[in-house]
Design a protein around this ligand. Sequence first.
Ligand code: B1M
Length: 208
Amino acid sequence: MSVQEIYDGVVEFDIEKVVGLVKQEVSLGTDVSEILSQGLIGAMDEVGQRYTEGEFFVPEMLMAAKAMKAGLEVLKPLLSQGDNEKKGTIVIGTVKGDLHDIGKNLVAMMMEGAGFEVVDLGPDVDTEKFLATAKEKNADIICMSALLTTTMPAMEVTVKAIREQGLTYKTMVGGAPVSEDFAKKIGADGWSSDAPGAVEMARQLLAK
Ligand code: B1M
């Protein structure tokens, strides 16, 4: 039951335990998606729950995030190996005012693994930065992540700017509070609830 122990390690902020167990599970051949969804991501949901219930505060969320990131680093080579044929260029970032970057990192790793060239702008990215980088890199898709309900409107600002400036970049949005309805409402071209779905959506957008 080591995947459960990975989950426990994140909730206990135990970086060494998480890294050791993720390495162990990988060497045992455990499915990477199981380590991710049931271990690392599942644990972050519990951390969020404990924060909502007043049991955890920001420092605890941060320590859990560090443990999760350490586990994710072990998986990175597995998530980003794969198709070498370049599928297109993606500029990705977490929107302005939002510092949550774990889900965005996961999407970026899986996009890389699927053969996209990925330019990762990190967290707290404004419209100007998204557009300037997309122009510089001749991007196909601008991918935006948001984890706060208060930062979701920043996605619409970028989508609008692309339309108003007559630019042709496709846009994709995602992150825990972002729904398909919201994506449609703001006029984004694509949405996904998770990283593998984001890869599939990017493929579909570029096939059009
Ligand atoms: Co924050 N935080 N946080 N936090 N935090 C949440 C998001 C929250 C839901 C916790 C809660 O209340 N239960 C809540 C938001 C409430 C709301 O807006 N309704 C919250 C809050 C309130 C805050 C602060 C305001 C707290 C404060 O200061 N008082 C503050 C805001 C800071 C800021 O951004 N300006 C804050 C700070 C932080 C930390 C810095 C401590 C830390 C982030 C560290 C980091 O990322 N480097 C943190 C954390 C860790 C969380 C929780 C616990 C975990 C987030 C996470 O990493 N999940 C989170 C609770 C939760 O989500 N359950 C919470 C794992 C990750 C893999 O999932 O990012 O959803 P996620 O990504 C998924 C999908 O969403 C999707 O793919 C991934 C999985 O495959 N996806 C995409 C993501 N982006 C995509 C893009 C796509 C497609 C799919 O296409 C482009």
